[in-house]
Design a protein around this ligand. Structure first.
Ligand code: ADP
Ligand code: MG
Length: 615
């Protein structure tokens, strides 16, 4: 006898529910999306016990009449598409007609609904797929759906639910996505009778972000940069977090396509690329990206939860987002502002947990600052040196080709013992401290510059500009530097001959197991050729990275800039400092070193005045 059976419809629904309804938060998402599709302007979500006990969603949308109400909980029933051609330009959030059927197959559901033209409402109840008839009810127009005891007949799935707090965290996240995507809606989220969010349709987007964001609200709104681009039919609005509020995960990257939250690897890549060199490795930017494009230009019918889409021209989407974000970031002052303790009385005098939290955050930030900015080379700090003994560092003009910009001059600092004319102290608005940092007075207060990080950035940008045009200028070494190599090292150098040529590095075989460096880039005179080439071999041989040509070149230029830059612990003359400050003005994104660390920290005079209680 045959073993194969046709599953009954309720089983089919339960299986389908496994795809769409993973946890209470999925129910919240589906119900809120239905409310939005119904044209509601006001949606209220009430949760009990993290959604295990009750999920209730009320809207003021178009509602359903008795006939529709009886049909809505059947599988594959929808009012949103009619023919296959409708699939080609879906403008609603739902269209698959399976959410209500799935929810009702795994819980107890009560739905009350009334259209505007009806005088009374109707009600239906479904208990794990068993439907009651339609009965009259009293309610305002719109729809209320209450979902109780999710998975109560499916102990295996109920067991997987986490604590109320964790489930509520997931619900709040779904609510946040929908709230950000639909700024013109009045939305409320209540848990166990306590109001968590009440968002008004009148809120500005920045305000909504601040209200929904777990990042301390004081930080976010002033740290968002707005960028907009409209090209052809693609409209992009981005609110980008400054590097100073970056996070350790991608969780704070919200991408919305025509008011639908989506995840997309092309877009994630574009965001990452836009912040290249502005963030330290393993940090992720905070980004809110709102994309609008014709519904026909992508397919949402790829994933049951519709959080993934397929763009018909993914390259265009990628390049426009990258261009829009990158251009804005590079054109913005991203200097890090010093975080000073607030001067409004002692922490004990204030309410709530904020002050303790804040002072902890400040001490963490300061510890982090000093950890990162500890001089790497300690050269007799604090010690007094008579003037004649100070080895002055200054640009050796004779070595700099005419074509070199100011940026290149800094990189060409060479050691000389000639004295350098001093600027009279009353003209000086800067000083070097600990031979590592430069304090500069500005109109608004003062800034502290990490000399190595800034110089590194300047050289890096200069190298990038030059290499984009042609190869780097090189000079023959008087005595070629030779060193031993393994056959695989030699092989690496051979396969990357083009890169070496571009860098202006000339190497030749020197016996069976040795090579000699014959020429080296002029711009990197401060770097040791041998050390540089050996590190280059290590970089080329790294198995853990799969760098394409452009990224590899970028890594190499990063390394070159780091090696050629003035170091922490190196005393600078006034003219060198002035040169550095001039180059800073010309650099595109001087506020970050190529590894994404800040080069400059700003202190505002008004903050200082507050600190000293002068205001
Ligand atoms: P889909 O949203 O994919 O169409 P659902 O199972 O989520 O499928 O909903 C089925 C149908 O029920 C919808 O197409 C819609 O006509 C109706 N419906 C669901 N929720 C509401 C609501 N809150 N207000 C009005 N109609 C609703
Ligand atoms: Mg739906």
């Amino acid at each position: 006898m045959g073993q194969i059976l046709v599953l009954d419809q309720n089983m089919v629904n339960m299986i389908a529910a496994g795809e769409v309804i993973e946890r209470p938060a999925s129910v919240v998402k589906e119900l809120m999306e239905n409310s939005i599709d119904s044209g509601a302007t006001k949606i209220s979500v009430s949760i009990e016990d993290g959604g295990r006990k009750l999920i209730s969603v009320t809207d003021n949308g178009c509602g359903m009449d008795g006939e529709d109400l009886a049909r809505a909980f059947e599988p594959h029933t929808t009012s949103k598409i009619k023919t296959s051609s409708d699939l080609q330009g879906i403008s609603t959030l739902g269209f698959r007609g399976e959410a209500l059927a799935s929810i009702a197959s795994v819980s107890q559901v009560k739905c009350t609904s009334r259209t505007k033209s009806q005088t009374g409402a109707n009600c239906i109840e479904i208990d794990c797929g068993n439907k009651s008839g339609i009965s009259p009810a009293s309610a305002d127009y719109g729809t209320t759906i209450q979902v109780r005891d999710i998975f109560y007949k499916l102990p295996a799935r109920r067991k997987f639910l986490r604590t109320a707090n964790t489930e509520m965290g997931h619900i709040a996240e779904q609510f946040t996505r929908i709230a950000l995507a639909n700024g013109s809606l009045d939305l409320t989220l209540i848990h166990n009778g306590r109001e968590l969010y009440r968002l008004s349709d009148k809120d500005h987007l920045h305000q909504r972000i601040a209200e929904l964001s777990p990042i301390p609200s004081s930080g976010i709104s002033e740290n968002l940069i707005e960028a907009e681009s409209i090209e052809k039919s693609l409209h992009i609005l981005a609110l980008m977090g400054k590097p100073s509020i970056s996070r350790t995960s991608k969780k704070f990257q919200y991408v919305f396509l025509n008011s639908r939250f989506i995840r997309d690897k092309f877009i994630s890549h574009a965001i990452k690329e836009a912040y290249r060199g502005l963030l330290e490795p393993n940090r992720f930017p905070v980004v809110f990206l709102f994309i609008q494009m014709p519904y026909e230009d992508y397919d949402v019918n790829v994933h049951p939860t519709k959080s993934e889409v397929r763009f018909y021209n993914a390259n265009l989407v990628h390049s426009q987002i990258l261009g829009c974000l990158r251009e804005k970031l590079l054109g913005t002052d991203l200097q890090t502002h010093a975080v000073l303790p607030t001067a409004t009385g002692s922490p004990e005098m204030q309410d709530g947990p904020a002050p303790g939290h804040r002072s902890q955050a400040i001490s963490e930030a300061m510890a982090e600052f000093f950890k990162k900015h500890r001089p790497v080379q300690t050269q007799q700090h604090f010690s007094y040196k008579p003037k004649q003994q100070i080895v002055a560092l200054r640009p050796s003009v004779g070595q700099i080709p005419e074509s070199h910009t100011g940026a290149a001059m800094v990189s060409a600092f060479t050691q000389t013992s000639q004295p350098v004319p001093e600027i009279r102290s009353e003209q000086r608005k800067f000083m070097q401290i600990h031979d590592s940092f430069i304090v500069v007075q500005t109109d608004e207060g003062f800034v502290i510059i990490d000399q190595h990080a800034l110089h590194e950035r300047i050289i890096y940008e200069d190298l990038c500009k030059r290499i984009r045009k042609s190869k780097l200028e090189s000079q023959k070494l008087l005595i070629p530097e030779s060193f031993d190599v393994t056959p695989s090292d030699a092989d690496l150098l051979n396969t990357n001959a083009e890169l070496l040529e571009k860098l202006g590095i000339e190497v030749v075989s020197f016996g069976p197991r040795a090579i000699a460096i014959q020429a080296f880039p002029t711009l990197l005179t401060k770097a040791d050729p041998l050390d540089f080439v050996q590190d280059l071999i290590d970089l080329l041989g790294r198995k853990d990275i799969n760098l394409d040509g452009e990224k590899l070149l970028d890594e190499v230029l990063n390394m070159a800039a780091c090696k050629a830059a003035i170091k922490a612990g190196q005393r600078l003359t006034d003219s060198e400092i002035e040169q550095l400050l001039r180059d800073k003005v010309n650099a595109e994104s001087a506020s970050r070193c190529p590894h994404g660390r800040p080069t400059t920290i700003k202190f505002s005079i008004s903050d200082l005045e507050k600190q000293f209680k002068r205001t």
